[in-house]
Design a protein around this ligand. Structure first.
Ligand SMILES: [Zn+2]
Length: 181
């Protein structure tokens, strides 16, 4: 009994460690997105053995494609690597709670487990605003884990929007004036 409890605890600790490692990689993708002027969201997909098979970042501006969210790109890439559209043995890691579109894609791709860092109270499609991953009428319900490295992920988003607002303000104030330079 005690051994079993210890083994369960050890397995949980290993899983938490693997989750954090994958989320670090997703955060690195998010950081690259910010550098490219994109909203910093990154995603990683690992297969049933825990191996990383895809990583992607938000590229809506770069690709001029409103559907080019990190999750959509990572899911598509992972399916390509596996040669199978079903990702039921895979885990999707993403730095921000999936929107309605991406949560829908998780269901469509039968993603086994979805792990996100920061909640999105405004647009979260997985649980915060729309509960797409928990909708009884849908035929697939991924396992959910949240809050992994959430602080780092939300700080990155806040910094990004703060900088963008400041840039927008500067552009407005500078518009037509000759005080700049
Ligand atoms: Zn999305």
């Amino acid at each position: 009994m005690t051994n079993e409890t210890n083994e369960n605890a050890a397995a949980a600790a290993r899983r938490a460690e693997a989750d954090e490692r994958a989320m670090r990689r997703a955060l690195e993708e998010a950081r690259l997105a910010a550098e490219e002027g994109e909203v910093p969201v990154g995603a990683v997909v690992t297969d049933g053995t825990g191996k990383r098979i895809a990583s992607a970042r938000n590229q809506t501006r770069t690709l001029c494609d409103p559907t080019a969210h990190a999750e959509i790109l990572a899911i598509g890439a992972a399916a390509g690597v596996k040669g199978d559209w079903r990702l039921d043995d895979c885990t999707l890691y993403v730095t921000l709670e999936p929107c309605a579109m991406c949560a829908g894609a998780c269901v469509t791709a039968r993603v086994g487990r979805v792990v996100w860092a920061a909640d999105d109270p405004l647009r979260g499609g997985a649980r915060s605003r729309f509960r797409i991953l928990e909708t009884a009428e849908l035929n697939h319900h991924p396992e959910i884990e949240t809050g992994v490295l959430a602080e780092e992920a939300s700080r990155m988003l806040k910094d990004f929007f703060k900088t963008r607002r400041a840039e927008n303000r500067a552009a407005r104030n500078g518009g037509g004036g000759d005080e700049a330079d």
